[in-house]
Design a protein. Structure first.
Length: 320
């Protein structure tokens, strides 16, 4: 154990002794990372973009799927934070996480994990929809990521992005509608884009000491990968609108309307990462940048207006 780690451990132990019961409860909430539940709220219900899923039953089933993935992600964060607590102490921001900072007792963490696991197991058993393999696959994938995959360059970001695809698949199963391959490709490449931006920022700020897989990256490589995945994300999104989306019957118009918004959104993200030195937290980047939020909101409004204006045509196409 080097001097820095010894100092950090001593600091963590001292903090742990100072945190009372109410503080421990706050730290348990922090371990669940409520801010990151946004990922599940946004990705699992993607199936609801299809009017075929607009029924009370489908909405209820998708809601169950969202809760399942929130509990699964809580378990993943808990396992990851426990496994990485020593490495996190060397990170400029992650060292403030409850386990890394020592603000929460390990017995309480284990008890918390058992409670979340029990809740997840009960929910899987009583869930009203059938297929639950995507969320179980997500758990297995992330256990593999925590204890091995995260140390392999490129495979690390691929595994995390696959987790977002599994979220989407679970939503489709819950809604009981046909899965869109192009939409899954959009989710996968979009996740890669955000993760590569995060890796780039980590390279510049912390280096490979915190994340060993970063030894397989350079800033130049991440720059190229950002462009590659950005293009793939854009093409996939346009192909989805043109061929598999609920408004495929007016897909050409949807593509023409969407292209400027999509190009701006991807370009703005690249600007944040490459020029403004951001991107270290993808959730905060997407939700905290006013320009991105406004662009995405206007894009949604434009597509909604197109759908409403062509509602008879779209619905006739869906019924045919």
């Amino acid at each position: 154990m080097d001097i820095v780690e010894s100092v950090n451990k001593g600091r963590a132990d001292s903090i742990s002794q100072q945190v009372g019961g109410a503080g421990q409860l706050r730290e348990l909430v922090s371990l669940a990372r409520p801010m990151h539940w946004t990922k599940t709220f946004l990705v699992v219900p993607l199936a609801l973009t299809d009017p075929a899923a607009w029924s009370r039953t489908a909405l209820e089933h998708v809601a169950w799927a969202v809760v399942l993935f929130i509990l699964a992600s809580m378990l993943v964060y808990l396992i990851n934070d426990y496994a990485d607590r020593r490495l996190d102490r060397q990170h400029i921001s992650k060292r403030n996480r409850p386990l890394a900072a020592g603000r929460i007792s390990l017995p309480l963490v284990f008890a918390y994990g058992l409670v979340v696991t029990a809740g997840f197991g009960v929910l899987i058993f009583v869930a009203p929809h059938g297929a639950s393999w995507p969320v179980l696959g997500y758990l297995l994938l992330n256990v593999g990521y925590t204890f091995g995959l995260k140390h392999f360059p490129l495979l690390d970001i691929g595994a995390v992005s696959a987790g977002f695809v599994l979220r989407s698949v679970q939503g489709y199963f819950a809604a009981d509608i046909r899965i869109s391959g192009w939409l899954l490709m959009t989710v996968f490449s979009g996740s890669l884009l955000l993760l590569i931006g995060k890796r780039r920022r980590e390279l510049l700020v912390v280096g490979a000491k915190h994340r060993p897989s970063l030894r397989g990256y350079t800033v130049e490589l991440t720059n190229h990968l950002l462009l590659l995945t950005g293009v793939l994300c854009l093409i996939s999104a346009m192909a989805y609108l043109r061929t598999e989306s609920p408004i495929a019957s007016i897909g050409q118009a949807a593509m023409l309307i969407s292209a400027p918004f999509a190009l701006y959104a991807i370009s703005r993200y690249l600007q944040i990462v490459l020029v403004l030195e951001g991107g270290d937290d993808p959730v905060r980047t997407l939700l905290g940048d006013p320009a991105l939020v406004v662009a995405i909101a206007l894009w949604a409004i434009a597509l909604g207006a197109l759908f409403a204006f062509n509602y008879p045509t779209v619905m006739a196409h869906l019924r045919s």
